[in-house]
Design a protein around this ligand. Sequence first.
Ligand SMILES: [Fe+2]
Length: 156
Amino acid sequence: MKSDIGISEKNSQAVAVILNQLLADEHVLFIKTRNYHWNIESSNFMEMHKFYEAQYTELADAIDDVAERVRKIGHYAEGRLKDYLKLASLEEEEYTNDQQKQIKNLLDDHETLIRSIRKSIDVTGDDHKDAGTADFLTGLLKEHEKWAWMLRAYLK
Ligand SMILES: [Fe+2]
């Protein structure tokens, strides 16, 4: 059944595209974080193993929230890996078990998403008149800022 929530079809469609692209990027970052959780080798292995687990567990919640936001505005969430790889802007690197490289790769991705979400807050709220999504993205922005801060603290 069609939603009647005061957002035009054109605007909700445009917001759904933005959210599905974000959903794809969050999946790439989730898998990258799990890869590092499994393959980290360092003198503080257990700390990093648990640190990555904490981050991907929170990312999994964020992924669910992004997908459900797409449904709340009346559209379908992308749900196939091949679609995520087509839509994602984040890249997967070669395998590395070096802690500094892993942390730098994750930090770069979080900061890329922070810049992109910051723009999307204005686009969804101002251009597409979707205050709910702009508010949701503001919360997600703050989560990425927290994750980025924690990663950054490991780099000199
Ligand atoms: Fe595990």
